[in-house]
Design a protein around this ligand. Structure first.
Ligand code: ADP
Length: 222
């Protein structure tokens, strides 16, 4: 395994629906990194009915960003725990704004760590809409399906764990457009910074997931 995958912080960037979650599953499987996705953490808080979950639910449903005072400590605490235990971290959905990037970099510097590589998944908007509006997810194990392109064997039931599949509350057209705008306006500038540091790798995401993953894993093994 490469140093990038072993000792470090790797991040996936891409608009909603670009396949970050699917690629993350594969990276975790091959490299044993810990997948840290604030969207998943927040959905878990909602499921458990915590105060944080209650506060985040309507914001997420509208496709808006949850505030930094909630997100930053929640994610960096987990990054710190994993790195201190010697495990590499795969970030998916964080940092999403320049203030989040700066908070994270300051935190990483304080523990002598840094981001080693970021993957930038690129895909056209029309492809994103059809992907997201047909997406089904398993609330129990996190597996991802699509009504047309990757249906489960038994309709509405997770192949992996047998739980009932659900549509994410925020996979509606209005929320998807809002999330895309947020990505363009707030997340794109983060990529510009990583690009300037020579850490960003462009990945064409409008291909089948196996081919996309081949590009990512080759880079991680380098
Ligand atoms: P997607 O990338 O498809 O929008 P995510 O699961 O990454 O899906 O995020 C879902 C929602 O969770 C976001 O719309 C936002 O409300 C919240 N969220 C996730 N990551 C962050 C973050 N870094 N900062 C603020 N809010 C976040």
């Amino acid at each position: 395994m490469s140093t990038a995958a072993k000792a470090a912080v790797v991040a996936l960037f891409g608009p909603p629906g670009s396949g970050k979650g699917t690629q993350a599953e594969r990276i975790v499987e091959e490299f044993g990194t810990t997948h840290l996705a604030p969207g998943n953490m927040l959905r878990d808080e909602i499921k458990r009915g915590t105060d944080l979950g209650k506060a985040a639910e309507s914001i997420m449903k509208a496709g808006k960003l949850v505030t930094d005072d909630v997100i930053n400590p929640m994610v960096t605490r987990r990054i710190g725990e994993e790195l201190k235990a010697g495990r590499a971290v795969l970030l998916d959905g964080y940092p999403r704004t320049i203030p989040q990037l700066e908070y994270m970099e300051q935190y990483l510097a304080s523990i002598g760590a840094q981001v080693s590589v970021v993957f930038r998944l690129e895909i056209a908007i029309e492809a994103l809409l059809s992907r997201l509006l047909g997406r089904l997810t398993c609330p129990k194990c996190g597996a991802i399906y699509h009504e047309k392109t990757k249906p489960p064997v038994k309709p509405g039931v997770c192949d992996a764990c047998g739980a009932g599949l659900v549509k994410r509350q925020d996979d509606n057209e209005q929320s998807v457009r809002q999330r895309m705008d947020a990505y363009r306006q707030q997340t794109q500038p983060i990529l510009d910074r990583f690009e300037a540091e020579g850490k960003a790798v462009l990945v064409e995401a409008d291909r089948d997931p196996v081919t996309v993953y081949a590009d990512i894993s080759r880079r991680l093994r380098q």
